[in-house]
Every structure is written in C-alpha cells, then in structure tokens.
Ligand binder design. Structure first.
Ligand SMILES: N[C@@H](CCC(=O)N[C@@H](CS)C(=O)NCC(=O)O)C(=O)O
Length: 261
C-alpha cells in the first residue's frame, strides 16, 4: 500500500488562515506553536491558546515528511508541539497542562481544586481511550457490519460523555470551554464525516437531546470555529481514512487494535 498521507494542502485556509496570519510573527512570550492545520490534536492546543488568550507564533508543519528540523522538537514527528526559550514539548494533553501552568495569568481551562482537576483528567482519559479510537474505527471500517458496530461503540462513548453535562450550563467547563470540552471539541467539528459517510446524523436516541445541544454549542464557539479550515480541504485527508488507506500513526494503531500513540 502506498503512503499518500504526505500529500496535504500546504497551509490553513478559511477562518484558520486569518488566525495564522494574526500569529505569524515571533511572540513576546517566546512561544512557538508547531501545527498542522488539519490535525484534531493540534486543534485541541490551538483552541486552548485562543481560549486562554496566550500569545504564540504559528508555524505550519507537515508531520508526514518527518523533517530533521522538526524531529529535534518532537522525536516522534507528530504535531502539535511547542518550543519556548529552548524548551520543546509535545502531546496535546500534556501541552494543555503546560499552558495552564506556564501562563498562570491566562484564563483557566482546569478547575481550581485538586479533586476537580483529577475528575477532569479522568474524563479526558475517557475521551482518549473510548471516544477517539471509536471515531477512527468508525471511519476506517469497511463492511456494513463493522461500521455499524464501530458507530455503536462511538455513540455509546458519546453518551457516556453526556453524563458530564448539566442542564444549567452549556459546557462541562460551565459558561466557557474547559480542558474536558477542548479534549473532545475537534472531533465534534468532524462529526459530519461520520454523519455523511457512516450511517447518517448522530441521533438523540444514540446519545441524548442534551448531547446534541452540546455539539451545537461547542461547534459554534468562536475559538472552535476559528481554528477550522475550509471544509473542502479536509476531504482529501479523510477520504484516505474512509477507504482505510491512511498510513498515519493513528490509523496504523487503530487498524492493529493498539492504543493511538
Ligand atoms: N498523541 C498525540 C497525537 C498527535 C498526532 O497523531 N498527530 C498527527 C496529525 S493529526 C501526526 O502528527 N501524524 C503524523 C504521523 O502519523 O506520522 C497528541 O495528542 O498530540
């Protein structure tokens, strides 16, 4: 099987391109954000930067090229990553925690108390271990029966996520997005891929009315919309998953039944 993943539109488009332009110069705080416009893990960090109001310099990377200069920042060769005053770091969820601690005056995305923070981490762990693998599996499944089963696991995981929501506030974080919301948000922006190709709209029967309202609120949030490129540009990438031809580390792991790296 060939490895066509390296063929990606080179730069962000649409609303995301405006954000890239606004962050094209070195930032006074020295933060460099290594991004791939198309990547949902990148979107987590990008949304967090925007929600927190932390300044950054945006640099576009094609992680499939595994260029030597980027491997010095992240030896795994994956985006997102950051660099600041000679310090390099990667892994989207670690980056969320780093931003919270390294920029203590910025808007908070984790709760104050140790107990609530621990609960947030458990919820984020559920997103990573259940929701995201089931999302990828639903995309790469080829037979109708596989697709049906994968979608069932996916929507059951979403239903579990819905138990984190209250009737009073739009988000898990209350009136604004917190790290739990942000850990899932990029996949909610990409729900249409499942809906258009794997069995139609996600229904309230599969999840809940409350969850469907949450999807609307999250996907309409300014920070979430602003990191999204033109929908058409994602197609080339997601077609590779839908045909089960993607050769990304995530695709290889899901195919082999291993945890996503
Ligand atoms: N666990 C990583 C996953 C990052 C990841 O898989 N990024 C993808 C792009 S969406 C990547 O860089 N892929 C390059 C490859 O698979 O070779 C995180 O949370 O940051």
């Amino acid at each position: 099987m060939s490895a066509p993943d390296v063929q990606i539109h080179a730069v962000a488009t649409g609303k995301a391109a405006e954000l890239v332009k606004a962050h094209s110069k070195p930032s006074p705080n020295g933060l460099i954000f290594y991004s791939g416009w198309f990547c949902p893990y990148v979107a987590r960090v990008w949304i967090a930067l925007e929600e927190k109001g932390v300044e950054y310099e945006y640099r576009e990377i094609n992680p499939y090229k595994k260029e030597e200069s980027f491997l010095k920042i992240n030896p795994k060769g994956l985006v997102p990553a950051i660099e600041r005053k000679g310090f390099a770091l990667y892994e989207s969820l670690v980056l969320l925690e780093y931003l919270e601690e390294a920029f203590p005056d910025s808007a908070k995305i984790f709760p104050e108390s140790a107990e609530e923070r621990a609960i947030s981490r458990m919820r984020i762990d559920m997103v990573s271990k259940k929701v995201i693998p089931a999302f990828f599996r639903t995309m790469i499944s080829q037979t109708e029966e596989e697709q049906r089963q994968a979608r069932k696991s996916f929507t059951e995981a979403l239903k579990e996520f819905a138990t984190y929501l209250s009737e009073e506030k739009p988000f898990v974080g209350g009136e604004k997005l917190d790290a739990v919301d942000i850990s899932l948000a990029p996949w909610l922006s990409r729900l249409y891929i499942i809906e258009e190709n794997r069995g139609g709209p996600i229904t309230a029967e599969e999840t809940s009315e409350r969850f469907l309202r949450y999807v609307k609120d999250v996907t309409q949030r300014e920070s979430v919309q602003n990191v999204f490129s033109d929908k058409a540009q994602y197609k080339q990438i997601y077609q590779r998953y839908l045909r089960n031809e993607a050769q990304s580390e995530a695709a290889k792991a899901v195919r082999a039944g291993r945890p996503i790296p």
